[in-house]
Design a protein around this ligand. Structure first.
Ligand SMILES: [Zn+2]
Length: 80
């Protein structure tokens, strides 16, 4: 699946396509300390996604769309 600026999703500063985006469901959320912590974490992650998106925009201007073609899963996550 080809990714572009419209359909990729950033997660932990890595690009994923829609199919491979790590899904998190918070269907039953109680205000336990653990859940509050997770909630803060997911807010942080969306901030990171936003800043990632910003850097992708910058990168996109430099190299075009090709860098986004491979989502993290397709590219292989074994490379660290
Ligand atoms: Zn993918």
């Amino acid at each position: 699946m080809a990714l572009n600026m419209n359909n990729y999703k950033g997660y932990e500063k890595k690009p994923y396509c829609n199919a491979h985006y790590p899904k998190q469901s918070f269907t039953t959320v109680a205000d336990t300390p653990e859940n509050l912590r997770l909630k803060q974490q997911s807010e942080l992650q969306s901030q990171q996604a936003a800043s990632f998106r910003g850097s992708m925009n910058k990168y996109d201007r430099l190299v075009g769309q090709e860098q986004i073609e491979a989502c993290t899963k397709h590219y292989g996550v074994s490379k660290q």
